[in-house]
Design a protein around this ligand. Sequence first.
Ligand code: AP5
Length: 216
Amino acid sequence: MAQKNLILLGPPGAGKGTQAKVLSEKLGLPHVSTGDMLREAVREGTELGLKAKAVMDAGQLVSDELLTGIVKERLSKKDCAGGFILDGYPRNLSQAAILDEILKSLGKEAARAVELEVPDEAIVTRLSQRRSCPKCGAVYNLATNPPAKEGLCDKCGTALVQRDDDKESVIRQRLLVYHEKTAPLSDHFRKQGRLLAVDGSKKPEAVLADLMKAVG
Ligand code: AP5
């Protein structure tokens, strides 16, 4: 059976995590988020976490070297045999080349990219209103998808938190980094005939339907 090796591209706050969680259930593929892996490393105080924290809080990219090992290890796990949904990786052209090498070395097919397109101003609004559950990872939005009980996760009752990098000044810095380093990936994948684009500014259910049409 063909592998479904997918990359979700798009600016910070485009809805990559939100959509990847649902797609993962619908397609039966693991959701591999480098942002989540790094935040877990920060919470656990590992060497990787200690190196990554200040970089993440400043809205900059963690070095390629720190990411390569964890991505290769994760993609080599059994649950990625039929495919995966990569969220947050690759983040620049050199990571795209590294990913191609990793997949080749693991005997896997090259991945296809799906881009969620959302304008910058919608991003700032979305991210300032995001809250997430530090225990189960559920993501909410105070404006469009609030929890039933203020400040508490619907799924596990844990107190919701705001990510350290969701302050307006850091969001704007992340957008700058995105346009400079990550946005060129769209052209890169388009030229290789490996890019699909979906309008990420619609309601989440409509975005999901378009994604399923694109990759299902
Ligand atoms: P990472 O965690 O990857 O962050 P990001 O790419 O900036 O993306 P976000 O998680 O902020 O947004 P999202 O697109 O998942 O949106 P979400 O679904 O939550 O990376 C964080 C940091 O880690 C980086 O800055 C970097 O330092 C480091 N890092 C990670 N990977 C790296 C790599 N490969 N190389 C180097 N460094 C790396 O949605 C956002 C909000 O909008 C939520 O509130 C949600 O409810 C709401 N929402 C979602 N969809 C919709 C919709 N359709 N309409 C309205 N609201 C919506």
